[in-house]
Design a protein around this ligand. Structure first.
Ligand SMILES: C[S@@+](CC[C@H](N)C(=O)[O-])C[C@H]1O[C@@H](n2cnc3c(N)ncnc32)[C@H](O)[C@@H]1O
Length: 383
């Protein structure tokens, strides 16, 4: 269900009209800073444990945290968050709701200053935006202002001096500009030998996630730690859509227009546009698209229960990346999206429907994040 939150006092309303009435009342609401004070005390308590070396759990900061897929995987592995930063206020609401007591900064990471955490945080990580590197995007790399955020991330590394740095990005980074962009990023993060860098593309399906989703994980371990990071070994189990599309809690979800539904009704589980009758194929795909070559197997794609879902995107019904539900003719609902990204059913996503799909579609699957987190933890346990 969509919830509407007052940015001032953080009161939650079920209907937008209630929020509007609340905002328009004669006596304006006041910011309740009780929560902020509790959060501040909690952060101080963690830092004082760090400073006095009574530190039972490893700590992390995440910038560009989205709705918290990566962070949740780390928390589930026993890490304590010191700070989560995210520029989108709706996504911050999601973070606050699911991680009460955690310090959340709703600002551009360019405006962050992490010097107060110098030497006091184990891991600095970030789902630093990938649009500039995305294979689907314009591939302008470091020329794109969003690509430059990588450089800003490195400034934050130097400010807080973490033992481990971790950046997750799209697989397209490996081939961007003939591999030169990734080489540049690695050189940057090495900081003249201060960090030892490793990179690997991991596929979420190998870590109990019912989805093919390839992402590069760039990991740097501070040289004085004297231990190499090892990427998680693939799990022995194989989780498929049929394992997660059971008893999914009801939720909002996008719908196909009638004309599109009529087309998808003709596609069997596991099939796509090639399974359509010729006349429907021609009218749905268009002559130009049909003669343009390439498999285009993502178009008019209906998933099968016996496979891994294709990579979820931030919008569930785009012509090039449709993934129709295996048994019903509709896109996956928000809660099905969350299941496929391995979020717990208790994880709440705030904002309107498209905000919710966007947050989930952008996230690192929690189980993949968790597998990586355990490996980071083992590097730190010897530090
Ligand atoms: C790929 S998503 C991160 C997903 C996240 N790691 C997760 O697992 O849920 C990237 C996020 O970076 C945020 N972002 C983009 N530019 C930013 C900036 N300049 N400062 C802070 N956050 C930013 C976006 O709003 C988006 O939520």
């Amino acid at each position: 269900m969509v919830e509407h939150v007052c940015e001032k006092c953080e009161k939650v309303f079920k209907q937008k009209s209630q929020l509007d009435a609340h905002k328009n009342r004669k006596k304006p609401c006041k910011k309740d800073d009780t929560i902020e004070k509790i959060v501040e005390r909690k952060v101080e308590e963690i830092l004082s444990r760090v400073d006095t070396k009574q530190k039972p759990s490893p700590t992390f900061i995440e910038v560009c945290a989205g709705c918290g897929g990566l962070s949740t995987g780390f928390m589930e592995a026993g890490f304590e968050p010191i700070l989560l930063n995210e520029i989108n206020p709706k996504f911050c609401e999601t973070l606050s709701r699911n991680h009460p007591g955690v310090r959340i900064e709703n600002k551009d990471m360019l405006a962050l200053n992490l010097t107060e955490f110098n030497g006091r945080v184990d891991v600095l990580m970030g789902g630093v935006p990938c649009q500039a590197f995305s294979q689907a995007g314009e591939r302008m790399g470091l020329e794109d202002p969003r690509g430059k955020l990588i450089v800003e991330f490195n400034r934050l590394v130097l400010e807080c001096n973490p033992k481990v740095i971790l950046v997750e990005n799209v697989k397209g980074l490996t081939t961007h500009n003939g591999g030169e962009t990734l080489k540049g990023v690695i050189e940057l993060f090495k900081n003249g030998g201060k960090y030892n860098l490793q990179t690997k593309v991991l596929n979420a399906k190998d870590y109990d996630v019912p989805q093919k989703r390839e992402r590069i994980f760039i990991v740097g371990v501070r040289s004085d730690i004297g231990r190499a990071f090892e990427y998680p070994v693939p799990s022995k189990t194989n989780v498929l859509l049929r394992d997660v599309l059971v008893d999914v809690p009801p939720s909002i979800g996008a719908k196909y227009p009638e004309s599109k539904k009529a087309v998808f009704d003709l596609v069997p589980p596991g099939g796509c546009w090639v399974d359509l009758p010729d006349d429907v194929k021609r009218s749905y795909m268009g002559e130009r698209c049909l003669s343009s070559g390439g498999g285009k197997r993502g178009i008019a794609r209906r998933m099968s229960m016996d496979e891994h879902c294709l990579t979820l995107t931030t919008s569930p019904c785009q012509k090039q990346t449709d993934r129709c539900h295996p048994l019903e003719t509709r896109p996956f609902t928000v809660r099905e999206y969350a299941r496929i990204q391995t979020f717990p059913d208790t994880y709440v996503f705030l904002g309107g429907m498209s905000d919710q799909y966007k947050q989930i579609g952008n996230a690192v699957p929690v189980k993949l994040a968790n597998a990586v987190a355990h490996q980071v933890k083992s590097v730190l346990s010897s530090a």
